[in-house]
Design a protein around this ligand. Structure first.
Ligand SMILES: [Zn+2]
Length: 670
């Protein structure tokens, strides 16, 4: 029976759209899931959404819709991003799923019956933002120790989980299992936290204050504290989400990936909950760091939030996946800048892997009529032996070592893979096949060299697949490999010399076109979503989400004095056919309509100033033209991700329509 590998991301809180942090954790989990499937393990990879709690209730109230409608509206933002990023999760859990709610209630009832949950009056300092109580000793100057917002004194009757009872047992578990909390620095942090007395945990909220949650099975006046509900997803998801029941898919999780901000919640709350439920603890909880942007903390108010959708649209999912995991060690904080991103794409990807593939395939086409030639034992020198040992070491030793659940050295793994890329390029430089090709007497040597270059790429296919699945598939396609890359280690252990010969290569497009850094960085600002800069609706003339019109300094240098633009300037605007799915008026606005539109690959919410000319009913089902790469903005408190084209200056006179109404959403307009 294959070994089970169960990996999770945190379930993401649906009070906002996904950002680079969500993408980072989920990509890391995906790489591990793909790697473990590749080596023949039975993988269950779970991610999902945390949909209860006060912030969701508040955000929904602000939008004037029910909390469930709010969650339903945001869910596609996550699902579409995972699709775009090539995430291969096996389950997607939403805490509003009925089976999840049933498991939460079952756990609560079990703990209540075992008298591990009790009722008590409690007075404490409450932080509304974090939805939690703090004790006197936690609070300094009246501020929440977590978010530094003012706390208020609150007296409340609540239910408590006897968390304190498990303190000693948890300390002993952490001490006895060095790989339980990773990396080491975080483990020390948890042990430090556990030196203070561990108090019991309030696990209920009175419905009078918060209605959006899972009702306690033993008291209908309360809902469950959002964390108690959310953490249970790791066991409920395993119960009802696998497509096929597999005996092998069992608790405990192999590794929970979490951001460092929610480590305590997992290491302490979740571990003690599991102890109380008499269930084993996960093998590893791995806390990763945070991303800053150009050296600053990412925040909406700074306007420097990196939108993963935008990066992927510009550069492709694989470049983004590569950069995030290559740039920094997984447990540490990192900085995102387009300069370093472009440096990696041009250096490692285009000049490194892309170049190795392109020159190998070209040489095989030119010198061997497009068929991978055989190797000749008499021609194998130390150069070939070195290449072979490096490739075998990478797949059989370095990768399994670095990707161990307690280590997760993604950056070291990629460094090692790119060591082989470099060796491959050096090999071609040294052997100079184009010189060998000139003399028929060297033909056996030439064949041996090209065979070994192709063999190196075959090993690189397997090595890069978990990180860059589409790239690996394209390399395999160009090399003419008959196997599905995702199955290459499953079919039989990969061995040097087994593959390649007689495969018919097919030259394709460059794997990673080089980015012209000077052109790109000039327009760099538009890559960041700047919600703080959204203008007031009154300045939006037509059907627009109103591009800020006051960016005096940012007019592109390529714009000529005569006001003419080049075709290149025009192509920066992504115009797309879209279909309007739903439309509604924005309260207190005569002009603004909120539309959900289908862009073919995703759904977007767009606020359009067309409400005087068109009613919501007019709009539903219409085919329109949308500016798809406009900076998101917020109008009357409603997020807008694009702009619908219309004619008219102060007043809208008509929408720009597509003459043939059958044109599919997502079709490019040019
Ligand atoms: Zn707080």
């Amino acid at each position: 029976m294959p070994k089970p590998f169960y990996i999770t991301t945190p379930i993401y809180y649906v009070n906002d759209v996904p950002h680079i942090g969500h993408a980072y954790t989920t990509i890391a989990a995906d790489v591990l899931a793909r790697w473990h499937r590749l080596i023949g393990e039975e993988v269950f990879f779970l991610t999902g959404l945390d949909e209860h709690g006060q912030k969701v209730q508040q955000a929904a109230a602000q939008a004037g819709i029910s909390p469930q409608a709010h969650c339903d509206r945001l869910t596609p933002q996550f699902l579409n991003l995972w699709k775009k990023l090539g995430i291969s999760n096996d389950g997607f859990i939403r805490t509003t799923d009925a089976p999840h709610r049933a498991v939460v209630q079952r756990c609560l009832q079990a703990l209540y019956d075992a008298q591990l949950i009790y009722h008590a009056d409690y007075t404490g300092w409450y932080c509304t933002f974090d939805e939690r109580f703090w004790t006197e000793k936690d609070v300094e100057r009246g501020l929440c120790p977590d978010c530094q917002r003012p706390v208020e004194q609150l007296s409340e009757s609540n239910y408590f989980f006897r968390m304190g009872r498990y303190q000693q047992r948890l300390i002993e578990h952490v001490q006895a299992n060095p790989s339980f909390i990773r990396p080491e620095s975080r483990r020390n942090e948890v042990l430090g936290f556990l030196q203070k007395p561990l108090e019991d945990l309030s696990i209920s909220r009175p419905k009078s204050r918060l209605a959006w949650g899972i009702e306690l099975p033993f008291d209908a006046n309360y809902v469950t504290y959002v964390w108690f509900d959310a953490l249970i997803n790791y066991i409920s998801g395993l119960e009802y989400l696998p497509a096929q029941p597999a005996e092998n898919r069992v608790w405990p999780a192999t590794v929970h990936l979490v951001g460092k901000d929610i480590l305590t919640t997992h290491a302490v709350y979740w571990s003690t909950m599991l102890m109380a439920l008499e269930m084993p603890l996960p093998h590893a909880i791995f806390a990763h760091g945070w991303w800053t942007v150009d050296g600053e903390k990412m925040s909406k108010s700074r306007g420097n939030v990196i939108d993963p959708y935008t990066v992927v649209d510009q550069f492709g999912a694989d470049a983004f996946r590569y950069f995030l995991l290559r740039e920094i060690p997984f447990g540490q904080d990192g900085n995102f800048s387009y300069e370093s991103f472009i440096g990696r794409v041009n250096g490692d990807l285009a000049n490194g892997l892309g170049n190795l593939l392109s020159r190998t395939v070209t040489l095989i086409q030119r010198c061997c009529r497009g068929t991978v030639p055989p190797s000749h034992a008499s021609e194998v020198t130390q150069l070939e032996t070195e290449l072979q040992s490096a490739a075998e070491l990478l797949i059989h030793k370095t990768m399994p070592d670095h990707l161990r659940a307690d280590r997760l050295a993604f950056n070291r793994t990629l460094e090692a893979i790119w060591g082989l890329v470099q060796l491959g390029n050096q090999y071609i430089d040294r052997t100079a096949p184009w010189v060998l090709a000139k003399d028929p007497a060297d033909s056996k040597r030439l064949q041996t060299v090209l065979f070994h270059a192709a063999e190196t790429l075959r090993f690189l296919c397997v090595a890069t697949y978990p990180f860059m699945p589409e790239t690996a598939r394209e390399v395999a396609r160009q090399l003419g490999l008959p196997h599905d890359v995702s199955q290459m280690l499953l079919a039989s252990p990969i061995a040097w010399g087994d593959g390649g010969a007689e495969a018919v290569v097919a030259k394709g497009k460059a794997l990673f076109p080089r980015i012209d850094a000077s052109t790109f960085l000039r327009q760099g600002d538009s890559m960041k979503t700047d919600q703080s800069a959204a203008p007031s609706p009154s300045t939006s003339g037509a059907a627009s989400t109103a591009t800020p019109r006051t960016e005096g300094t940012s007019s592109p240098p390529s714009q000529q004095e005569d006001g003419l633009i080049t075709i290149h300037d025009f192509q920066k605007v992504h115009l797309t056919v879209a279909k309007v799915l739903t439309a509604e008026r924005i309260p207190k606005s005569a002009k603004l309509l909120k539309l959900q539109v289908d862009l073919g690959t995703e759904h977007r919410q767009i606020v359009a100033g067309i409400g005087k000319k068109y009613s919501p009913d007019d709009m539903v089902g219409k085919t329109v033209v949308v500016v798809a790469n406009l900076k998101p903005a917020t109008l009357m408190g409603v997020a807008s991700q694009g702009m619908i084209l219309a004619a008219g200056d102060q007043e809208v006179q008509g929408l720009i329509a597509v003459e043939n109404g059958d044109v599919q959403p997502g079709t490019k307009v040019k």
